[in-house]
Design a protein around this ligand. Structure first.
Ligand code: NCD
Length: 467
């Protein structure tokens, strides 16, 4: 099977079997890194980096050069026509006619999807705001596989800014898919977004336990665990987990501690940020003397700031420079596969840790907008052609997931498009909490963000709403 012409916008665009196949190609690349220069000869990669980058950008460039291809680059929005008010879609169409593959990093969540929708060539997301960073996840998984041979049943602790860290968001879904247990250790005020936790509990077969107050009682715990995602012991069984005992979990030992820095560029520089900085947890030699960290791989996507002490570098448990070095063979494999320069057999992998869900789509023009201000669908230059679009991920409560940034919202009012029977007075809107949400067929559902919007569309409150 070939991966040619595919996009990698989120980690869900690539299956477990395809990841395994990519890793076997990465092994090949690593073994003969100097001998690959014929593979992508004549191909051009456009590197569009509209946020700072060292590792991702340079490892993509090194990967393409080692494959014998060439690279064109734009690194600053100010130096491109985006600064003149050009839309991302127009830029994507143009760059798509200059290159064979695009690698994009952009501060807006969902920007990489827009590029993929319009470029007409394969697109790789190198980080879109705090949404996802799937190729970093490939490097992280590759490191875990190299060190532990498998990902299944590993206990991975995620440390630091779990709220804004895009590497963490991609990694979580991949770990759950491969059957790992995840321990969440956020810095105070930097907990994992609710929509990510919700998705973990609805789309994967493990059990999510929020620890909250319970964990205050934990004696000797180095850092408060905020939540645990326990993988099912067998993916074919329904999970029947008794109350998770965090202390027991921790004593069993952590296989990897994935440290991240405070993503200060994703917050305004306020006094609150100073607080977050002051209280940000640090991984150092002392912490690693804890018995739960005896055999722990210390990982970090880098760059580090103050959250990971330099004294850890000499410790054999430190993995972060290896992780960064794997960026070249992993990205060589990805480029060669997406450019169709290499075919690979896709092994049958265990995909049973995730549920397959086909959600209905909602894209009516009824005033519902994504609530994430940093979403590409809310930017002035993009609203001229992007129409808000959602997956209906739940009817109880009614929940929409933006197809661009994957943030969720719970709109309060609904109606049916089958209202008329010729009578205007039948045009009624209802509360989204009423039985109507299940009565109206998804294809007939109209969703309103407010009563005002419903009335602007000439709908009147139903009896239920008037009470
Ligand atoms: C990460 C990123 O850009 O999200 N860096 C990287 O690509 N290795 C992590 C970070 O910037 O903190």
């Amino acid at each position: 099977m070939s991966l040619a012409n595919r996009n990698l916008v989120t980690i869900d665009n690539i299956s477990n079997g395809e990841i395994e196949a990519l890793f076997s190609v990465a092994d090949e690349m690593a073994d003969s890194i100097n001998e690959q220069s014929g593979l992508c000869q004549g191909k051009i990669m456009a590197n569009l980096f509209f946020e700072p980058s060292t590792r991702t950008r340079l490892s993509f460039e090194a990967a393409m050069l080692r494959l014998g291809g060439r690279v064109i680059t734009a690194v600053d929005i100010g130096a491109t026509s985006l600064a003149k008010g050009e839309s991302i879609a127009d830029m994507a169409k143009v760059v798509g006619s200059y290159a064979d593959i695009i690698v994009i990093r952009h501060p807006w969540e969902g920007a990489a999807k827009v590029v993929a929708d319009y470029a007409g060539i394969p697109v790789i997301n190198a980080g879109d705001g705090s949404h996802e960073h799937p190729t970093q996840t490939l490097c992280d998984l590759y490191t875990l596989r190299k060190e532990r041979q498998t990902i299944k049943n590993l206990r991975i602790a995620l440390w630091g800014d779990l709220k804004h860290g895009r590497t963490v968001h991609s990694l979580i879904y991949a770990l759950a898919r491969f059957g790992a247990t995840i321990l969440f250790y956020p810095g105070p005020g930097l907990e994992i977004p609710e929509h990510v936790l919700k998705r973990l509990s609805t789309e994967y077969k493990g059990e999510l336990q929020r620890c909250g107050a319970l964990n205050q009682e934990l004696k000797g715990s180095v850092f408060p665990v905020d939540a645990i995602y326990m993988t099912p012991s067998s993916p074919h069984q329904l999970t029947m987990l008794p109350d998770v005992n965090i202390q027991v979990e921790l004593e069993a030992g952590v296989d990897a501690l994935y440290v991240t820095r405070l993503q200060k560029e994703r917050q305004s520089p306020t006094a609150e940020q100073q607080e977050l900085k002051k209280n940000y947890p640090v991984v150092d030699k002392k912490l690693l003397t804890g018995k739960e960290f005896k055999k722990t791989l210390v990982m970090h996507p880098l760059p580090r700031v103050d959250e990971l002490a330099y004294e850890v570098d000499a410790d054999p448990r430190s993995m972060y420079f290896k992780q960064a070095a794997y960026g070249v063979p992993v990205r060589m494999a990805l480029l060669a596969l997406l450019l169709g320069a290499k075919d690979v057999a896709i092994p049958k992998a265990d995909d049973s840790f995730a549920r397959k869900v086909d959600y209905p789509v909602y894209k009516r023009d009824s005033g519902v907008k994504c609530l994430n201000r940093n979403c590409v669908s809310n930017q002035e230059t993009e609203t001229k052609y992007i129409k808000p679009e959602f997956k209906i991920v739940s009817f109880d409560p009614l929940t929409l997931r933006c197809i661009y940034c994957e943030h969720e919202l719970e709109p309060q009012y609904i109606a049916s498009s089958e209202w008329h029977q010729g009578k205007l007075e039948n045009k009624k809107y209802h509360s989204a909490n009423s039985h109507w949400v299940r009565k109206i067929k998804p294809e007939n559902l109209i969703i309103f963000p407010s009563e005002k919007e419903a009335q602007a569309h000439q709908f009147k409150p139903s009896a239920w709403n008037r009470q």
